[in-house]
Design a binder for this molecule. Structure first.
Ligand SMILES: Nc1ncnc2c1ncn2[C@@H]1O[C@H](COP(=O)(O)OP(=O)(O)OP(=O)(O)O)[C@@H](O)[C@H]1O
Length: 223
């Protein structure tokens, strides 16, 4: 992915306008783990959401291979988002009341796969992340580490090329944070491109991370 002079202004044209991203240009290499690091409010989540097609830049260009995402109409963007990206959020965002299996299968429904194949894929992921015995559990019964692994499985259900994780260790203790980086290593080994925002040293000092990009006040200041 390539970002070229990307800006994001919230509430543009109003007295409370805020320039959260100010002229970011960078390249995210495939099959690598890239960490966006920076203080709270530096613009990490804002940048991540534009990269993941969850929001659009105010100006500038974002390329995915030879496609320019920033100029695509919404329906194409939604399609690219579903096929290309898997998301892992800070609060895991699992749906309470649904089982582990149901949560994992949810992002696949808009792509209308055959149900039997989808279920097999979901069980394959549960097996890989040592969660098979929890398949029918409601997600609210899970421990923090289990919930995190369910969130990873859900992000992988559509076999995305790029995984985006926003502060993934914020709700994990040190041991589970190291375990999470072990899981990231495995995903890198199978060829995924991974982009993580974090101000947790367990993440940005991890040997699994290929590159750390530092943000300050919406600008790249290092990496
Ligand atoms: N929807 C919005 N409207 C107005 N301002 C916003 C909006 N979203 C974010 N901001 C502001 O943009 C700046 C960057 O926010 P962002 O969430 O990207 O920071 P961050 O580096 O991810 O912070 P944290 O580490 O605390 O999650 C902050 O000053 C924030 O208040």
């Amino acid at each position: 992915m390539k970002l070229d002079d990307v800006h994001k202004v919230f509430n543009q044209g109003r007295p409370n306008a805020h320039a959260a991203i100010r002229g970011v240009s960078l390249t995210i290499e495939p099959n690598q783990v890239t960490c966006l690091k920076g203080a709270s409010g530096s613009g990490k989540s804002t940048l991540l959401s534009m990269i993941g097609c969850l929001s659009r830049p105010t100006s500038g260009r974002i390329h995915l291979g030879d496609r320019m995402l920033s100029s695509l109409p919404e329906r194409f963007l939604t399609d690219i988002r579903r096929h290309t990206f898997g998301f892992i959020f800070q609060q895991f965002n699992l749906i309470s009341g649904l089982s582990v299996l149901e949560n994992i299968m949810l992002p696949a429904y808009p792509l209308a796969p055959e149900y039997k194949t989808l279920k097999q894929t979901a069980h394959g992921l549960l097996g890989r992340f040592d969660l098979e015995h929890k398949a029918q559990n409601p997600v609210q019964w899970l421990s923090g580490g289990e919930a995190q692994r369910v969130a990873i499985c859900r992000a992988l259900i559509n076999d995305p090329q790029i995984l985006i994780a926003d502060e993934p260790t914020a709700n994990l203790d040190t041991r589970l944070s190291h375990a999470f980086m072990g899981q990231i290593r495995q995903l890198r080994e199978i060829g995924k491109t991974i982009l993580i925002t974090s101000h947790d040293p367990v993440v940005f000092e991890s040997p699994v991370v290929d590159r750390v990009i530092e943000l300050c006040d919406g600008q790249v200041v290092g990496g």
